[in-house]
Ligand binder design. Structure first.
Ligand code: AMP
Ligand code: FE
Ligand code: FE
Ligand code: ZN
Length: 281
């Protein structure tokens, strides 16, 4: 199949995507097909607390596109919800799989507690529907939010988070503590490279410095939450702290958020990422 012409300014990569194995809508094969269709030089799959989609994505990618195995690990630091991306980690690593199995159980307990709270608040959702929405993936607040939407208790996902499921919301249940330093160590133990996901507009430099001290390898510079000012800020901070730079669309579904491959993440970020991972090429 002929590839479309390279994007202006050179080819792109997308190093942040979700599928049905976390809270995305598409199967790994469909996301890979989109990435190939768009002529991306590489695609990373980075599902919340899961590496289950890696083999299927690899198989689908074949030699049509470079597939970067990944994960997005959720963690909390002093009330801040921080996500650590892991790239080129071994999806069969024992310690990794044990920890992810624990997360899966903890997430299930927590989702059921949130369902109970919603019932007590007079906005009941069906627990089986929440689990069905999670499909084969790990369950999370987006699935509970979707159930609230389908039950007609809210009009948008955003309202579901704002009124009920956000960190200050009455139905919010905290997950057992897992710190970003632990997420970084987990990624490293599985042979991967750790990258702070979407630091956003407001994150203080001190937090990034702290994580760099905890052996963080990189920072996500390009992300839908980052305007031009944030892209410049994190580009400069990466240079200052000696962090590698990555970026991606945080793709969940077509027509939701930024589309796959839409951000101008240059293929040149791949070299330093692979070097940090000790991957040839
Ligand atoms: P959890 O990991 O279960 O705590 O759910 C967190 C996930 O919910 C994030 O990774 C986002 O994908 C999603 N999320 C958080 N806030 C919102 C929001 N306001 N609207 C839609 N999705 C959200
Ligand atoms: Fe998500
Ligand atoms: Fe995230
Ligand atoms: Zn994400």
């Amino acid at each position: 199949m002929p590839r479309p012409p390279a994007a202006r300014g050179g080819r792109r990569v997308d190093l942040h995507s979700h599928t049905i194995f976390s809270d995305g809508a598409l199967a790994p094969e469909a996301v890979v097909a989109l990435a190939v269709e768009r002529g991306l030089a590489a695609l990373a799959i980075t599902y919340h607390d899961s590496v289950e989609g890696v083999p299927r994505a690899r198989e689908a990618a074949g030699s049509a596109i470079e597939l970067v195995p990944g994960i997005e690990v959720s963690s909390m630091l002093d009330g801040l919800d921080l996500h650590i991306l892991g790239y080129y980690l071994d999806p069969a690593d024992d310690e990794l799989l044990e920890t992810l199995a624990r997360f899966r159980t903890e997430r299930l307990d927590r989702a059921l507690q949130m369902v109970e709270r919603l019932t007590a608040l007079g906005v009941p959702v069906d627990r089986d529907q929440v689990l069905a929405l999670a499909g084969p993936g790990v369950v999370g607040r987006p699935h509970v939010a979707e159930a609230l939407l389908r039950a007609g208790h809210v009009e948008t996902m955003d309202d579901a988070f704002r009124l009920f499921l956000g960190a200050q919301g009455p139905a919010f249940v905290q997950r057992p503590a897992f710190r970003p330093e632990q997420a970084i160590a987990l990624v490293h133990a599985a042979g991967g490279v750790s990258v702070l996901a979407h630091p956003g507009a407001g994150l203080s430099e001190r937090v990034v410095e702290h994580l760099a001290t905890a052996r963080l390898d990189g920072i996500e510079v390009w992300h839908p939450q980052h305007g031009m000012a944030s892209v410049r800020r994190y580009h400069a901070l990466a240079a200052k702290l000696g962090l590698i730079e990555t970026g991606g669309s945080d793709f969940h579904d077509q027509g939701r958020g930024v589309d796959l491959g839409e951000l101008p993440v240059p293929a040149s970020v791949l070299g330093p990422l692979k070097q940090a991972a000790g991957v040839p090429g």
